[in-house]
Ligand binder design. Structure first.
Ligand SMILES: *[C@@H]1O[C@H](CO)[C@@H](O)[C@H](O)[C@H]1NC(C)=O
Ligand SMILES: *[C@@H]1O[C@H](CO)[C@@H](O)[C@H](O)[C@H]1NC(C)=O
Ligand SMILES: *[C@@H]1O[C@H](CO)[C@@H](O)[C@H](O)[C@H]1NC(C)=O
Ligand SMILES: *[C@@H]1O[C@H](CO)[C@@H](O)[C@H](O)[C@H]1NC(C)=O
Length: 494
């Protein structure tokens, strides 16, 4: 079929088959997901008010995302979708769109005319827009949605009839964030439909992205896998928008420490507690400028005008230091993110080199923690953070459970949610989360390790704060509506 080419060949790499889903045990469904580059994918953050973040966009194009193979319709048409916790619709480009007709959609597309079970339910009522002004408009339809042996018989999905995006997305966030238009009401999206059809017992799933150097991770609907994390799972609150409705996976980041053999530095921000969105559809992490400045200082990253972001020598991958992210107050969970998860390739070819300055001649990589220069957000913990965490998303109790990931784990011990609305299995709640509304006691950074990560014999690595931020380069045009709603009010007791 035209526009429906095999997704197996991407950038000349033959990839193993992915998307094999299994019914692990009663009430639990697993999808395998795979890290892939895609030169054409846009940023997955829905654009809410015409805002543009060039820095995010550039990164999304380069770094790609996590994908899964599935089938839609009867007989099944193969499509490969990008997994996204930051949006809420499963949608796919129509095979007849010009983007698929002209270029072929290498991740697959959908031909409604070839499915005997296709049903149009919302003509012109699907409309999603992303920060780079790309988007998709079209219809809602219901059809069979299948991954491996597991079928959702009647799933509502979007059909990109008019789109410039050559691939589909599996948005698995809150139904409140669905991209409905022209009066189409809230509908049961993937997790809700899986629960309705008895495939899972509660609307919840666990995401294990695994190591930066590993290509495969998994998502488990309706359960957790105790062999995929270290220590204990701790449950923390998801914060609603000011109207009390839940739109996104916003949690409270309440501390950040930089730990290395030279000591333990407490980093601070006037924005603490920082409302951060856990977003698998964003590749890097974006925090407030004041704290990111300290982070860059720790690792010796410098803002580079050419790339519009902070860069550092690729050799810093070997630095023996990590950042410890604390959530939900002093007794909440902490996730350590090592330097080898934070130093990423800047280009797909051979790395560029520093042409001047303290790193002259060394290979240049991009740093996984960046800033958009705004103190209002959005603040995102994307894949550079999420790989180091095992994250359970509970859409019924509005809680997230976190633990440190067990990289490359091959063992498995799956535990299902007991029933609709049952708490996350094997997880204890972080105590005293009400205290999160208070400002932190430490308001200036406490550097006990004054040389930062001062590692690998490069004693000049932290010879001062990065000076040139060049924030004008970042073209921050406005703040996304989502963050206008949640922004400052998120920790106010309602
Ligand atoms: C399929 O799902 C839609 C949307 O939730 C619903 O309106 C419709 O009744 C369902 N059809 C069947 C046969 O269950
Ligand atoms: C995980 O596996 C990848 C690929 O085999 C490897 O490069 C990486 O070092 C492993 N990570 C850990 C933490 O063992
Ligand atoms: C770093 O310091 C903080 C605050 O003093 C402390 O809570 C944390 O446990 C320390 N981390 C390590 C790894 O020593
Ligand atoms: C540190 O900087 C000084 C002066 O700029 C230079 O002479 C020295 O070689 C540098 N050391 C390293 C390890 O780069």
């Amino acid at each position: 079929m035209k526009g429906c080419t095999s997704p197996a060949l991407v950038f000349g790499l033959v990839l193993p088959q992915l998307g094999l889903a299994q019914k692990i045990l009663d009430g639990v469904v697993q999808w395998n997901i795979q890290k892939r580059h895609a030169s054409t994918i846009p940023n997955r953050l829905p654009r809410r008010a015409g805002s543009t973040y060039d820095a995010i966009l550039r990164n999304e194009r380069l770094q790609g995302g996590y994908y899964t193979d599935c089938e839609m319709g009867t007989p099944g048409q193969k499509v490969t979708l990008q997994l996204d916790t930051g949006s809420s619709d499963i949608w796919v480009p129509d095979s007849a769109t010009s983007v698929c007709e002209d270029n072929g959609c290498q991740f697959g597309s959908f031909d409604p005319g070839s499915s005997s079970t296709f049903k149009l339910v919302g003509k012109d009522q699907f409309s999603i827009n992303y920060v780079d002004k790309s988007g998709a408009n079209g219809d809602y339809f219901t059809d069979v949605f299948k991954i491996g042996g597991v079928a959702v018989k009647n799933l509502t999905m979007g059909l990109g009839v008019d789109t410039d995006i050559p691939q589909g997305v599996a948005g698995i966030g809150y139904p409140n964030n669905e991209a409905t238009a022209n009066g189409y009401g809230k509908y049961p999206n993937l997790a809700v439909s899986m629960a309705d059809e008895g495939l899972i017992k509660s609307m919840a799933y666990s995401l294990w992205l695994n190591d930066l150097d590993a290509s495969q991770g998994s998502i488990l609907f309706g359960g957790i896998d105790t062999k995929k994390y270290k220590g204990d799972l701790t449950r923390i609150k998801i914060y609603p928008a000011v109207n009390g409705e839940y739109f996104a996976f916003i949690v409270a980041l309440t501390s950040l420490h930089a730990v290395s053999s030279s000591g333990n530095d407490t980093l601070t921000s006037k924005s603490f507690p920082i409302p951060v969105v856990l977003d698998s559809g964003t590749t890097l992490s974006y925090l407030p400028q004041d704290i990111v400045q300290q982070v860059w200082y720790e690792v010796g990253a410098d803002y580079d005008d050419r790339f519009g972001m902070a860069v550092l020598p690729c050799s810093k991958q070997k630095t023996d230091g990590y950042f410890s992210f604390g959530f939900a107050g002093p007794n909440g969970p902490r996730i350590n993110v090592r330097m080898d998860e934070l130093v990423l390739d800047l280009t797909t070819g051979s790395p560029p080199k520093f042409t001047s300055g303290r790193y002259k001649g060394q290979e240049m990589c991009e740093f996984g923690i960046q800033t958009l220069g705004s103190s209002d957000g959005p603040f995102l913990l994307g894949d550079t953070f999420l790989r180091s965490a095992y994250v359970v998303y509970d859409l019924v109790n509005n809680e997230i459970a976190l633990a440190e990931t067990q990289f490359n784990s091959t063992g498995s011990n799956v535990v299902a949610f007991a029933s609709m609305g049952a708490p996350i299995p094997s997880a204890t709640q972080a105590p005293n989360q009400a205290a999160v509304t208070m400002k932190p006691e430490v308001t200036t950074p406490a550097y006990s390790a004054s040389d930062g990560f001062g590692d690998d014999g490069d004693e000049n690595a932290s010879s001062g704060m990065p000076s040139a931020f060049g924030l004008a380069q970042m073209s921050v045009m406005g703040v996304a509506m989502l963050f206008t709603m949640i922004g400052s009010g998120v920790f106010v007791v309602l």
